[in-house]
Design a protein around this ligand. Structure first.
Ligand code: TPP
Ligand code: MG
Length: 586
């Protein structure tokens, strides 16, 4: 029997087949055979065209590992289950396919929780498989028993505890469908040991593609009205969020922006939804957004937001964010529209379809004055890069110049370096900026980069990490060395928990509680201990040469860049303040 655990408050769209459903499949059953539950899991993974899984074995998942022993798919053994779940996440973000991770019961399963939460908050399609104690022992505090479906209820899109091997195919197929359909997200399948061992009559299935459904008449009507508002707006701005990448709608975003000549700003999650080099792209918006981008939001009379949930880091003062503005909000998830800000036009559904309809339904307005105002802001707030000493913004610029035109995926960890990366790296296409936006999980960067490098081997993955977060999962360098993955790690070493220190400087009277702990780390030594080459640099010239050398040789590399402890991320809006009230930083 299947215990359909939870369904959370996110609702998939009412009418349309999602982005993922476009590449989604129906199942057609063919001949049958007697196999074990564990063998059925492997068969279903192959059926879903999974080529790689990330995981770590243990007692209650050993039957599945036995079935994996001669399975025709790659298992990447990480150092820690957190490495496996973030790697599956990075794999999914970079490729658009469902990431898969496996862990044993108890501590293996709990080690997945942070990664599931990161994937859930950033809407990443993932299937996590955990071992569980046998059904007869459930609820008896057996060795390594935890109620992982209970624990992960609020950080998975759905989860299952399977109690009968015969239900495995149905659950596996459903799990993949749920993970990638509508608003994507992680799904967990908990497999008691006896369910993995038990046998049943399994029918293999073939996948057939399903078709896309068009919106109903009332949505079309709303689209027409929204297009009229867009045509008559004097100062419109388009906000792109992570949903553009997940919805594979960057082409439609670009076409809409170009047709209506819209200035475009991006949330942290949306970077890459329009190329950074596009002339209409103003940059990052929100707490550490570019002034031209935030000023445009504040001065706008209409905002068209695509795949963004208006987090507090994006809106600042929520009440004043929309004052005097019309909002067109496009999202696959009905529960996002009106959740944080009220939309006049809430368009729920497949954004590729909606954006295309919106493009056809209206005419561009008269925006010369608006573009002149924006041009003046851009001149006034143009970036300048200090190359006298080593700084993170300069390094981000330098990296962008060195890799320009070549296939690259950037991953980041969490902290000041993440904001510098988001502000100054040139992110040119969707799926090439992997960051833990919603959860902000330190330790995400390196394992996510590892997963991305496996998913897209022809690209080169560069992770930007801080000294604090890199320490958290740096042991995955051993995995990177084992599989010879040419990931370049740039550790921005400011010798402190910089983002915490920045807030303490600005909002806690410079009382640096536990952010300046004196524990210097020999990152190069650690890298070498894992079999990865490393170098520490202290000047712009040294960084330039080290990065160029790392880019040239297709091998993993760690570059530790020493920067000043007091460097701050600017500009900055205080939490809850309006987007044009900047914190005074000299
Ligand atoms: C797992 C986790 N623990 C704590 C935090 C809170 N936090 C956010 S940024 C930050 C400092 C990060 O320091 P570092 O990795 O050195 O990056 P920097 O800010 O210095 O660039 C901390 C502790 C977090 N986001 N994630
Ligand atoms: Mg730091």
């Amino acid at each position: 029997m299947i215990f359909p655990a939870m369904v959370n408050n996110r609702k998939d769209t009412g009418y349309s087949i999602s982005k993922s459903a476009r590449s989604d499949f129906d199942i057609e059953e063919v001949a049958s055979m007697i196999i074990t539950g564990a063998e059925a899991v492997v068969a279903c993974l192959l059926e879903q065209q999974v080529d790689t899984v990330f995981g770590y074995p243990g007692g209650q998942i050993m039957p599945l590992y036995d079935a994996l022993y001669d399975a025709k798919l790659q298992h990447i053994l990480t150092v820690h289950e957190q490495g496996a779940v973030h790697a599956a996440d990075g794999y999914a973000r970079a490729s658009g396919r469902v990431g898969v991770c496996i862990a044993t019961s108890g501590p293996g399963a709990t080690n997945l929780v942070t990664g599931l939460a990161a994937a859930y908050l950033d809407s990443v399609p993932m299937v996590a498989i955990t071992g569980q104690v046998s059904t007869a022992l459930l609820g008896r505090d057996a060795f390594q028993e935890v109620d992982i479906t209970g624990i992960t209820m609020s950080v998975t899109k759905h989860n299952f505890l399977v109690k009968d091997p015969a239900r495995i195919p149905e659950v596996m197929r459903l799990a993949f469908r749920i993970a990638r359909s509508g608003r994507p997200g992680p799904v967990l399948i908990d497999l008691p040991r006896d369910v993995q061992v038990g046998t049943f009559d399994y029918s293999p299935a073939a996948l057939t593609e399903t078709t896309q459904v068009q919106p109903p008449a009332q949505v079309l009507d709303l689209v027409r009205q929204a297009a009229q508002a867009l045509s008559s707006a004097k100062r419109p701005v388009m906000v792109i969020g992570g949903g553009v990448t997940r919805g594979e709608a960057s082409g439609e975003v670009r076409q809409l922006a170009e047709k209506y000549q819209l200035p475009v700003v991006s949330t942290l999650m949306g970077l890459g939804g329009l190329p950074a080099s596009h002339p209409q792209f103003l940059g990052l918006t929100g707490m550490h957004g570019h002034k031209a981008a935030n000023n445009a939001i504040c001065g706008a009379d209409l905002i068209i937001a695509v795949g963004s949930r208006f987090s507090d880091r994006v809106t600042g003062d929520r009440q004043r964010y929309l004052a005097g503005k019309t909002l067109i909000h496009i999202d696959i998830d009905r529960s996002e529209v009106g959740k944080n800000v009220a939309a006049l036009f809430g368009l729920v559904g497949d954004m590729k379809v909606l954006l295309a309809l919106l493009r056809e339904a209206g005419e561009p307005g008269q925006l010369e004055d608006w573009w002149q105002t924006i041009a003046a802001w851009r001149r006034q707030f143009a970036e300048t890069y200090d190359s006298e000493r080593l700084t993170a913004p300069w390094m981000m610029r330098q990296i962008s110049e060195q890799v320009a035109g070549q296939p690259v995926i950037f991953a980041s960890d969490v902290g000041q370096h993440q904001m510098w990366a988001a502000q100054h790296l040139a992110i040119e296409s969707p799926g090439t900026w992997l960051t833990s936006g919603g959860l902000g999980a330190m330790g995400f960067g390196l394992p996510a980069a590892m997963g991305a490098q496996i998913a897209v081997p022809d690209s080169r993955t560069v992770v930007i990490a801080g000294d604090g977060g890199f320490k958290m999962t740096a042991m995955e360098l051993l995995t990177i060395a084992t599989y010879n993955l040419p990931v370049i790690s740039v550790v921005i070493d400011n010798h402190c928990l910089g983002m915490v220190r920045q807030w303490q400087q600005l909002f806690y009277s410079e009382r640096y509680s536990s952010s300046l702990a004196p524990r210097e780390m020999d990152f190069v030594g650690q890298a070498r201990a894992c079999g990865v080459e490393g170098v520490r640099v202290t000047t712009p010239e040294e960084f330039k040469q080290a990065f160029a050398a790392a880019w040239r040789i297709r091998k993993p590399m760690v570059i530790v860049a020493d920067i000043a402890t007091g460097d701050l991320v600017t500009p900055m809006i205080a939490p809850g303040a309006p987007l044009n009230e900047y914190v005074e930083i000299e």
